[in-house]
Every structure is written in C-alpha cells, then in structure tokens.
Design a protein around this ligand. Structure first.
Ligand code: 9MG
Length: 276
C-alpha cells in the first residue's frame, strides 16, 4: 500500500518510522528563530539518515496539562520549518495539528500528511483536510490535553476507542476523504490510565481493519515510565518493546523520538513476522 503524500511516497508494506520534531519554545533552547530553524532542519536531516520514513512537526505541545496556543502562534512556529523540510528532505513532512487554518497553510507550504490528535473534530477541520487531499491520521483523545489525565474512565476501553474511530472514519469518508488515505491511532496516553493503554496495546490488532493503517505513538510516554519506574530519558528499551508489540499486532507507522533504535528493532520484528 502506497500513500501519496503531496508527491512523496510512503510505502506501508514496510514498517514506517515517523520521527518527532517538536518546534515548541522548549524544544530548541537558543533564542532567535533563524537559529531554531537551522537546528530543526539539522535534527530532521539526522532522523532521515537514521531511517525515518516521515517527519512529524508539531507546534503545540499535547503533553498532559499543556496550555493551548493560537493558530497564528502555531503557524509562526511551524510554517518556516515545513517549507524548508518539504523542499529539502526526500521524505514526506507531517503536520501535527488540529486547526483547519494550520492544515490549509501547511498543505500550501508543502506538507504531505496531517496528524490530528483530535481526529478532525475541530469545526472546519474535516473540510480542510479533505480539500488538502493529503493522508490523515485520526487519533482518539478523551477530553483535552490540559485535563485529559484527570481520572479517565471507560466501560470497555478497546470497544469505546474502536467505536469512536469507526465514527470518525465514517465522517471523513462522507466528506470525501478516501478510505485508503485514512490512518487511525488509539492515542496512547491521551485520556487513558496505564491499564487502558496496556489493553489497547494488547488488542491493537482489532483496529487494523478500520482504515488504511494504524499509527501509534508510545515513545517515552508515561505508560513506559510507570511500568519501569524510569524518568523520560531512561525509557528507550521500554519504548522499543512497545513499538515491537505494536508492529507485531499490525501497526504500520510508529511515531518515535529515537529513530535509529526504533528502525533496528522494527527491522528484526518485521523479518520474524514475514517468516510466516
Ligand atoms: C502528536 N502526538 C503525540 N503523541 C501522539 C500519538 O500517540 N499519536 C499521534 N498520532 N500523534 C501524537
């Protein structure tokens, strides 16, 4: 299965590693937007060398408790990076955004993929994504980043997330986004306890029939920290284990901060899986 990302191809028949590039103020410390731009471009180029198949650029932090930012601020942070990377990189650039105006401008600037942690629920987002003709990732979230970890509750988390994503895929298809351009993501850590996350990982294969593919982001998340009692910079092994489980269960795209190590882990997993 090939995804057309604004003229650049993403081959989902092989595991795809999505490298994370945050352009929030805390991600590049030295002041001055030119310096930040150069640092972001260098970091993205190094992820390509390490084997990333796509780079995900985010201008609004979605960490638990993170405050919202305006569309203008998000555009100011993201657009220069999207323009440069779309021009200079051989692989597609994804934009991590929920705002229709950011989707439109990013698509104009050369973005090849829309990654929305709110599954295109903001007013106008479905139409903006449809008009861009780009592939989209619809992620499940319960609540908003600022409050989502305040006692999330489900009857059956797997069925409820599945029902939500089924409905969002239907809404997108009705708006003209073809099935083969839609990916789904259960949203690890987005309004879920450790046990909810583990059940979603254990039953990830239930989501593969919903769309063209499943994308997951588990890298360095608190679920790994809780299991290992490890701070964020000591979660690599746990993140790789989770990435391998996700791939084994049928995920196509793994979003990660640690590209080289994830590519290697997935290579071993994919070879074993292909052996039949
Ligand atoms: C932006 N972002 C942060 N975590 C994510 C996840 O788990 N999935 C997707 N699709 N995007 C994410």
């Amino acid at each position: 299965m090939l995804l057309d990302c604004a003229g650049k191809r993403l081959d989902l028949s092989q595991p795809v590693v999505m490298g994370v590039l945050n352009v929030t103020p805390d991600s590049f410390s030295d002041g001055g937007r030119y310096l930040e731009l150069d640092a972001a471009v260098r970091w993205a180029a190094s992820m390509v060398e390490e084997g990333a198949g796509i780079i995900d650029i985010g201008g609004e932090s979605t960490r638990p408790g993170a405050p919202p930012v305006s569309a203008q601020e998000e555009l100011d942070r993201m657009l220069p990076v999207v323009e440069r990377l779309a021009r200079e990189l051989p692989i597609p650039v994804s934009v991590d955004t929920s705002k229709p105006e950011v989707m439109r401008e990013a698509a104009r600037a050369g973005a090849g993929f829309i990654n929305d942690v709110r599954a295109l629920q903001m007013p106008g987002a479905v139409d903006a994504a449809a008009a861009s003709r780009l592939p989209v990732c619809l992620m499940h979230i319960r609540g908003e980043p600022a409050t989502m970890q305040q006692e999330p509750r489900y009857g059956d988390v797997v069925s409820e997330v599945h029902a939500f994503l089924t409905e969002r895929v239907q809404v997108c298809e009705a708006a003209g986004i073809p099935h083969d351009r839609i990916l789904v993501d259960p949203g690890f850590g987005f309004g879920k306890t450790l046990n909810h996350n583990l059940r979603l990982l254990r039953h990830l294969d239930r989501f593969t029939a919903l769309a063209a593919g499943v994308l997951v982001g588990i890298s360095r998340k608190s679920m790994i920290g809780l299991l290992l009692n490890a701070p964020v910079d000591e979660r690599l092994s746990g993140s790789l284990a989770a990435a391998v489980i996700a791939l084994w269960q049928g995920a196509k795209i793994i979003r990660t901060h640690d590209v080289r190590e994830t590519v290697q882990a997935l290579c071993v997993c994919a070879a074993a899986r292909a052996a039949g």
